[in-house]
Design a protein around this ligand. Structure first.
Ligand SMILES: Cc1ncc(COP(=O)(O)O)c(C=O)c1O
Length: 754
């Protein structure tokens, strides 16, 4: 056994006190006396061979430090120093310890590489398994890998390389967040980041890249930001034992702040070691970081982040982690998670670029967009004609408000009425606004034209509907997730089963002013009504003097193979409600289109929108109408959609109950006892296909209409692989997310679907 000279023999055999709960720190430390400490080379900006080290002084500073740490409740194990290895005193760089595993550091500079042998020997003698990183990795130990809030926070670039962390993380079983260090003075993370407990840390944001800053700010709910002079005095290079913070320096400001949090700052003089760019933390290596540290704090920011660094590189030969194939978390996810309200559970993909039917994340992984913004991207991402129209308009005028006219609104309205075969348009922005507009028009029409008694106007809607998120719209939804908690609800609606003509007939009376219907229910899971339903509804509405309002926000504008889904039954509604694709995937643009008899009820002052009809949106909308007028997209939707649906249905996919849809709008319904639709979507991400679940058992495939046959083949293979119908590699033509390893967990939260 390696001798343990000097100091506190009694403590060497003493049992370890329990680690402080909630703290990121241990109580058992490995330290190495400075018998051979010196500055004989210069591998960081603090080191100067011209400044002599007083080794005697260094010795007494070190002994005082050990005594201070022990006083705070630490146990200190001693490692024998070796001649010729002056920096061995900085044991934080020995490696990373989690439980019984020790990953020896792979130092960047040859001057320090000789230390490894001795550290490894000590750890194997003390019962640790040695988990050496791949040859070529650079990882400089615990100084660059600090547990915080259930995550290993890892510094890279100035010393450690980011590639090392995928493997480190895998070997130690730690979720890891990698922070890019940009200031060479703070070359290890422990010079700019000092965890205090699961929520608080002393931080030096100027030491990190912008992205690193964002990541840490997402991770640390309560940061103590050090000033430049505090950072330069190595305040962050401290050790926390219970409530005692042992520091190389502390300003009165930092002291007050630490005390207000219940900590006791204790300053020790380590000035001889500062000559080599090392402080208190650098002189210690925590030996009792338990693996459970990384299961902690599921509700904390870090717990939710569950980042993996697998996609950053790593050992391609290492076994695939047990996972659903999701790529590693991007820092942007942590930020959205930290600062955004939690009304979505987005799949963990951060799209940074897109073209046509494909999107790309920040690492350049390609994904086929099989959701197309819930049909807002019918013409694909950045369609050249649409982008050109937008750019041209950006150079002219973008917003006027309706207080004035603009030169795009009139032409847009005329062209849209022509497309719809109607007389007037109310331009709005979002789909929900357009639905509200249609409801207002219908009620007013009911009172002014139909003669319904005041306050009695009733609108019939369908079970399973989805028309948006306003209070009125959720009032007539039967989806508890959309509705619950948002009452009191708007009256005046009557719900009937979707697709049931008799129920519709029974619901119609003299107070009914309108029937609001989705020709195909998208959010319900691409649910088609029985053949003839829309035609029958049209007839019933005519018989009762009731307006038929078709919400074609998702089904319209070529998605189903016709300009409007109602066209399939020649059931022309009285009002079209349009949105999504009308804005070309560039701007929000929605509209209600109907005849004068209906929209004539609006008079100046009774309805409007600041952005509705703005010239930029109208210019894009005009180009959308032009694209639709060629019929090309309707034809593609029919041809490609029919083929894709048939191929899916004929694939004999395990777990699939039904494949249904129209045009390029497909719902795949899974058996309730099989994998959830969410898990299928997660696995599809790993295969390079983005799709979206709805209602637990259905996922949708609705790529942009510019998609190519080979893209659909790609999607088909991906679906087959995920559902277990295909074990081969498929015709993977592009570099897809399927090529990445890694993954972690996502939180299954009930969420907004659109
Ligand atoms: C049929 C239908 N109506 C209305 C909406 C609401 O549109 P928005 O989200 O733009 O308000 C949606 C959105 O998915 C929809 O599918």
């Amino acid at each position: 056994m390696t001798p343990q000279p000097n100091l506190s023999p009694a403590l060497r055999d003493a049992p370890s006190p329990a680690p402080a709960l909630g703290a990121s720190w241990g109580r058992h430390y490995l330290m190495c006396p400075p018998d051979y400490f010196d500055v004989v080379y210069s591998i960081n900006p603090w080191m100067s061979t011209a400044v002599p080290v007083d080794r005697r002084r260094a010795g007494s500073q070190w002994e005082l430090l050990v005594a201070t740490l022990e006083d705070a409740g630490a146990e200190v194990s001693i490692l024998e120093p070796r001649p010729g290895l002056p920096d061995m005193v900085f044991t934080a760089n020995a490696g990373v310890v989690v439980g019984e595993k020790f990953v020896p550091a792979a130092m960047r500079h040859p001057e320090r590489q000789g230390e490894r042998l001795h550290f490894e020997a000590w750890f194997s003698e003390h019962g640790h398994s040695i988990e050496a990183l791949e040859v070529g990795a650079v990882q400089e130990g615990a100084g660059d890998a600090l547990p915080f809030g259930g995550t290993l926070v890892a510094g890279y670039r100035t010393r450690s390389s980011v590639e090392a962390y995928a493997e480190l993380s895998r070997r130690l079983g730690t979720p890891t967040v990698a922070i890019e260090l940009s200031d060479p003075r703070y070359y290890h993370l422990d010079l700019s980041f000092c965890p205090l407990d699961g929520k608080r840390a002393m931080v030096v944001p100027s030491a990190w890249t912008e992205e690193g800053r964002s990541l840490v700010s997402a991770l640390v709910p309560e940061p103590l930001v050090l000033r430049p002079e505090e950072a330069a005095a190595f305040c962050a290079n401290s050790v926390v034992i219970g409530q005692t913070v042992t520091m190389p320096a502390c300003s009165s400001r930092v002291k007050r702040r630490l005390e207000s949090w219940g900590y006791e700052p204790v300053v020790v003089d380590v000035s001889e070691f500062l000559k080599a760019g090392g402080g208190v933390r650098c002189l210690t290596l925590a030996l009792d970081v338990s693996p459970e540290t990384f299961d902690e704090a599921p509700g904390s920011a870090a717990g939710r982040l569950t980042a993996s660094v697998g996609a950053l590189g790593g050992d391609p030969a290492a076994p695939e982690p047990e996972a659903s194939g999701l790529p590693a978390a991007d820092p942007a996810i942590a930020l959205a998670d930290r600062y955004g309200a939690r009304n979505y559970a987005s799949l963990p993909v951060v799209i940074a670029r897109a073209e046509g039917a494909w999107v790309y994340d920040r690492d350049g992984r390609a994904y086929l967009d099989a959701l197309a913004g819930y049909s807002a991207l019918n013409f694909g991402h950045r369609h050249p004609a649409l982008v050109a129209a937008a750019k041209q308009q950006l150079d002219q005028v973008t917003l006027t408000s309706r207080a004035f006219h603009n030169d795009q609104l009139g032409p847009f309205c005329r062209e849209l009425t022509e497309l719809c075969g109607k007389e007037r348009v109310v331009p709005m922005n979002t789909g929900a606004e357009a639905v509200e507009t249609a409801l207002k028009a219908a009620r007013k029409w009911g009172y002014e034209v139909k003669g319904v008694p005041p306050e009695r106007a009733t609108v019939v809607v369908c079970e399973g509907n989805f028309h948006g998120r306003t209070i009125t719209i959720v009032s007539f939804s039967d989806d508890p997730a959309a509705r619950e908690g948002f009452g009191p609800y708007t009256p005046g609606f009557r719900r009937v089963p979707y697709g049931d003509v008799d129920a519709l007939r029974a619901a119609f009376d003299d107070d009914v002013v309108a029937f609001l219907v989705e020709p195909i229910q998208g959010e319900a899971g691409v649910v088609l009504p029985p053949e003839g339903y829309l035609r029958a509804a049209r007839k019933l509405c005519d018989e009762h003097g009731i307006l038929m309002i078709a919400d074609e926000i998702q089904s319209g504008l070529a998605r189903t193979g016709r300009t409007f889904a109602c066209d399939h039954e020649d059931a022309e509604p009285d009002m079209y409600v349009l949105g999504k694709a009308l804005g070309g995937g560039i701007v929000p643009l929605s509209a209600v289109v109907a005849d004068e008899e209906i929209l004539g009820v609006f008079r100046p002052g009774d309805h409007g929108s600041t952005f509705g009809g703005n010239p930029l949106a109208c210019a894009v909308g005009r180009e959308v109408i032009r694209l639709l007028s060629t019929g090309e997209y309707q034809e593609r939707a029919t041809r490609l959609g029919d083929g894709f649906r048939l191929a899916l249905a004929g694939s004999d996919l395990p777990g699939v109950k039904e494949v249904r849809g129209k045009g390029l709008w497909i719902g795949v319904e899974l058996h309730a006892d099989g994998p959830s639709a969410r898990s299928v979507c997660e696995r599809l991400v790993g295969e390079g296909v983005l799709s979206k679940d709805t209602h637990e058992t259905t996922f949708r495939l609705a790529p942009p209409l510019v998609v190519e046959q080979e893209d659909l083949d790609f999607a088909l293979h991906a679906v087959r692989r995920v559902l277990g119908a295909d074990s081969g590699s498929g015709a993977l033509k592009r570099q897809s997310a399927a090529t990445t390893d890694a993954l972690l967990v996502t939180t299954p939260t009930p969420t907004a679907t659109t």
